[in-house]
Design a protein around this ligand. Structure first.
Ligand code: PGA
Length: 252
């Protein structure tokens, strides 16, 4: 794992080939911002074309099926997205947990399928507003980590965790920097109890309404190793604002 900040764009269900120009612009600018590791997760339909546009940034998928192939109409496996040019996949995003009723056990199977295909994986966790208000945020996230993270020898170096409070996604609201730091410290402890020493170097991203204007302070919170960015990754202009904030926060 590198210790450069890792800034990942999640295009969700946005993008046709007309958006490849944004990917190209992000890739060209990333060349001048080598202090930051940049990645994009476009929809399945754009993975191959985005890979061809991008020389420097990593391209990933937003989900994979737990099986490697078979009679699963409409689904896509890890080896398929890898073949299309993806080197990583997101799994367990809260929108998939909600829209497709994905359980922790299923998210773990998907993560393990991605690792088996030779990819790395970003496992998303995060509490709802109701859970935070009830004082259960840390317990919920701990349960998600225990249930969703892949296990096995030497897997930690292929894993990134994204902490995304559900109530902060696409809402323009974010937790305070103190709350982000507290949750990230909690996640670090959990990672060390799951992976032992290797858990100390797993990257933990913050996600949820990250924008050029708030990126610097969120990225400076304790144990934040980067950001998973939805809406603000859809144009090169706003995504680059976040990447530049990450680069400026790095010491030479
Ligand atoms: P947002 O989404 O940046 O639009 O809030 C983040 C995410 O869901 O990954």
């Amino acid at each position: 794992m590198s210790n450069r900040p890792y800034i990942v764009g999640n295009w969700k269900m946005h993008g046709t080939r007309a958006m490849l120009a944004e990917a190209r612009a992000i890739d060209r600018a990333a060349e001048r911002l080598l202090k930051v590791e940049v990645a994009l997760a476009p929809p399945f339909t754009l993975i191959h074309a985005t890979r061809k546009e991008a020389e420097l940034i990593a391209i990933g998928a937003q989900d994979v099926h737990p099986a490697d192939g078979g009679a699963h109409t409409g689904d896509v496996s890890a080896s398929m997205v890898k073949d299309a040019g993806a080197s990583f996949t997101i799994v367990g995003h809260s929108e998939r947990r909600a829209d497709h009723k994905e359980t922790n056990a299923l998210v773990k199977e998907k993560a393990e399928a991605a690792l088996a295909a030779g990819m790395s994986v970003i496992v998303c966790v995060g509490e709802t507003e109701e859970e935070r208000d009830a004082g259960k945020a840390e317990a919920v996230v701990a349960r998600q980590l225990t249930g969703s993270l892949p296990t096995g020898d030497d897997v930690a170096e292929k894993v990134t965790v994204a902490y995304e409070p559900v109530w902060a996604i696409g809402t323009g609201r974010t937790p305070t920097v103190e709350d982000v730091g507290a949750m990230h410290r909690h996640i670090r402890e959990k990672l060390e109890s799951i992976y032992g020493e290797a858990g100390a170097s797993v990257r933990i991203l913050y996600g949820g309404s990250v924008k050029p204007e708030n990126a610097a302070e969120l990225l400076a919170a304790d144990e934040v190793g980067g950001a998973l960015v939805g809406g603000a990754s859809l144009t090169a202009e706003s995504f680059l604002g976040i990447i530049i904030a990450a680069a400026e926060g790095e010491k030479d």
